[in-house]
Design a protein around this ligand. Structure first.
Ligand code: HEM
Ligand SMILES: [Cu+2]
Length: 644
């Protein structure tokens, strides 16, 4: 066996090495470990559970809305409650569920394992960003429970959300929460792109990188470009509201359209930030269950990148009804239609893979089937909406609501459930049950189409969106009642899923390391993975290393096991480059997140919070970067050792 000998051979049997690594990479015991951990799997699991809780909360609000809309002239909710509920639904689903789940949660858990690393890059930042996200979400929901929930839609258009029309603190909480969640997304974008560029297993050159890594990498870059736009618009909104700037006030030389441009420059890419990880999941699951390498790898990579670019060029199609010059409408129609090309390429590659492979139709694949059906319909109505005349016709009707739920649930929720069935065995060591799994799928699939398909018809018949009730004479009642029935089926489906998770977690079939016989690296370690991920750092001899590694594949030896050493490789061809120290557990990211939260919430009430609030932040950051004695020793030790 040839070896990539980084430093020196590591002595000991596997059992003693396991003990040593376990001690090195472990967390302090008990509650201290809880608040100090920097392990990407613990943090990733928290992200997944938290984002799912927000999905449940958003779903409860959806059911409330559907109950209200089930009958004409219903008084189950009053208009103010409805406004808060539909704003909280959209905001929760987009900012607290979809992006954190599809991007942060999945990539923080999966990517380091998939590239064969012992931890994510910047683990303390990772802990910090999780706390920021969860505190931001809690802040918004606490405000909502105390009847201070935002009521201006998840887009919070000015002037409606400005100081004149929305006095009080409602929109302020919304704006601060946006800045919060996007801060956390930005931090994860940095961690994930560096993890993907610098911590890949030796041999995993760029053209061997799994599709899921590509998709999360493109997503990370999109986050870096899109999120600052919305953070800017929400901060400008907040300043208009709190310190009487006039960015968006035309009477004082501001511009309300500027808000829409900034918002949608983020808002459209946001859809792809949610959907592109979904495509990565689809590629991963299809390859694993066809037992063949994905067809048209290069085409898939290029179309993922192209989707990322095009996603930034089309934001104005959300503003066709604002009366922009005709020429720009034409341009943005054409640009929007271009998205068909990369999406078409992707669909073609997936179908070709299924066609030429040997399909094993297990639960994760069911959800991919659902994805094909649902996303195709959402894509087609999207093309319809990109045409200005039709957009004018159905603008702000339920046709649009139908369209974006088909895209969002088709592009994110269906692949997500596929991903959960697929990776649950890796995370917990047990399989998710079949029977409840099938109930979950069919109830959700039927319920989904029953809820959202008729909305196309309601929209064509003129039912406007964002209304809390409608008159009997419009004859929209029957269809709406049907939709509410569909929504309750989806609710049942989610209950079946939760029951399945609890049951399988306790007593499901043991999974073993690689229950699906998949080919990517995360399946090459035990389920659940040990805190140090891999006993021997893996190498990649092909795109699906577990399928392709030759018997004489080189192995990495000699990485020190008594300190948190991480192997850094070169960005293009992933040749081993050097070793670096991964940070140890610490309480400071948690305290820093608390301090930042205090500043942000305080600043809603007094600008002075920015002055006084920065003091604790400074203290926590100093604590964060202050080297401990042990760390300095390790660092010196490693430098000496590298010189040898
Ligand atoms: C799970 C089942 C769901 C149901 C039954 C549902 C239902 C609804 C309803 C009735 C509305 C109000 C439409 C209006 O009055 O204009 C709405 C709006 C919305 N939904 Fe959903 N929804 C669901 C899931 C989702 C998911 C998963 C997402 C995102 C990932 C999402 C994102 C949105 C957004 C962004 C809005 C617009 C809110 C606004 O205009 O402020 N929904 N949904
Ligand atoms: Cu768009």
């Amino acid at each position: 066996m040839s070896t990539v000998d980084i430093v020196s051979a590591s002595p000991g049997t596997d059992a003693t090495r396991h003990e040593r690594l376990k001690d090195t990479w472990g967390d302090p015991p008990g509650i201290r470990g809880w608040f100090t951990t920097v392990n990407h799997k613990r943090i990733g699991t928290r992200y997944i559970i938290t984002a799912f809780i927000f999905f449940l909360l958003g779903g409860i609000l959806a059911v409330l809305m559907r109950l209200q809309l089930a009958r004409p002239e219903n008084h189950f909710l009053n208009p103010d409650q409805y406004n808060q509920i539909f704003t909280m639904h959209g905001t929760t689903m987009m900012f607290l569920f979809a992006v954190p789940m599809m991007f942060e949660a999945l990539s923080v858990y999966v990517i380091p394992l998939m590239v064969g690393a012992r931890n994510i890059a910047f683990p303390r930042l990772n802990a910090f960003s999780y706390y920021i996200y969860v505190f931001g979400g809690i802040m918004l929901w606490v405000a909502f429970v105390y009847n201070t929930g935002p009521d201006v839609g998840w887009f919070a258009y000015v002037p409606l959300s400005g100081p004149a029309y929305t006095p009080g603190k409602r929109a302020d909480f919304w704006a601060q929460m946006i800045t919060f969640t996007e801060l956390s997304a930005l931090a994860v974008a940095v961690e994930i792109s560096v993890t993907i560029m610098k911590l890949r297993a030796p041999g995993m050159s760029l053209n061997r990188m799994p599709m899921f890594c590509w998709s999360e990498f493109v997503t990370a870059l999109m986050v870096i470009f899109a999120m600052p736009a919305v953070m800017l618009s929400s901060t400008m909104l907040l300043m208009d509201r709190l310190v009487a700037t006039h960015f968006f006030n035309p009477a004082e030389g501001g511009d309300a359209l500027l808000y829409q441009h900034l918002f949608w420059f983020f808002g459209h890419p946001e859809v792809y930030i949610i959907f592109i990880p979904g495509t990565g999941i689809v590629s991963t699951i299809i390859a694993a269950f066809s037992r063949r390498k994905i067809f048209g790898y290069l085409g898939l990579v290029l179309s993922t990148v192209a989707t990322g670019f095009i996603g930034f060029g089309v934001w104005v199609h959300h503003m066709f009804a604002t009366g922009l010059p005709q020429l720009s409408d034409n341009f943005f129609t054409a640009a929007s239609l271009m998205i068909v090309i990369p999406t078409g390429v992707q669909f073609f590659c997936w179908i070709a893979t299924l066609w030429s492979g040997k399909l094993h139709f297990e639960l994760p694949m069911w959800w991919i089937g659902g994805f094909f059906f649902v996303f195709l319909i959402g894509g087609l109505t999207g093309l319809m909406l990109a045409a200005v005349p039709l957009d004018w016709q159905v603008h702000d009707t339920y046709f649009v609501v139908a369209h974006f739920h088909y895209v969002l649930l088709g592009g994110a929720v269906f692949p997500l459930f596929g991903a959960i069935y697929y990776w649950f065995p890796k995370v917990t060591g047990r399989m998710l049950g079949e029977t409840l799994g099938k109930w979950h799928f069919w109830l959700f699939f039927v319920g989904f189409n029953l809820t959202f398909f008729p909305m196309h018809i309601l929209g064509m018949r003129g039912m406007p969106r964002r209304i809390y009730t409608y008159p009997v004479e419009m004859h929209w009642g029957t269809v709406n009642a049907l939709e509410t029935l569909g929504a309750s089926l989806m609710g049942l489906a989610v209950l079946a899923f939760l029951a399945n998770v609890v049951k399988s977690y306790r007593s499901g079939v043991m999974a073993g390391a690689n229950p699906w016989l998949a080919g990517t690296l995360e399946w090459g370690t035990s389920s659940p993975p040990p805190n140090y991920n891999f006993l021997d750092l893996p190498t990649a001899g092909g795109r699906e290393p577990l399928w392709e590694n030759a018997p004489d594949q080189p192995v990495v030896t000699g990485v020190r096991e008594d300190i948190r050493a991480v192997l850094v490789t070169k960005p293009m061809d992933a040749e081993p480059d050097h070793l670096t120290l991964s940070p140890s557990p610490t309480i400071w990211p948690f305290l820093a997140a608390l301090a930042v939260t205090a500043l942000f919430i305080g600043s809603i009430f007094t600008p002075w919070a920015i002055v006084w609030g920065s003091v604790p932040i400074a203290v926590t950051l100093i604590g964060w970067f202050w080297p401990t004695k042990k760390e300095s020793e390790n660092k010196k030790g490693m430098e000496k050792w590298e010189k040898k």
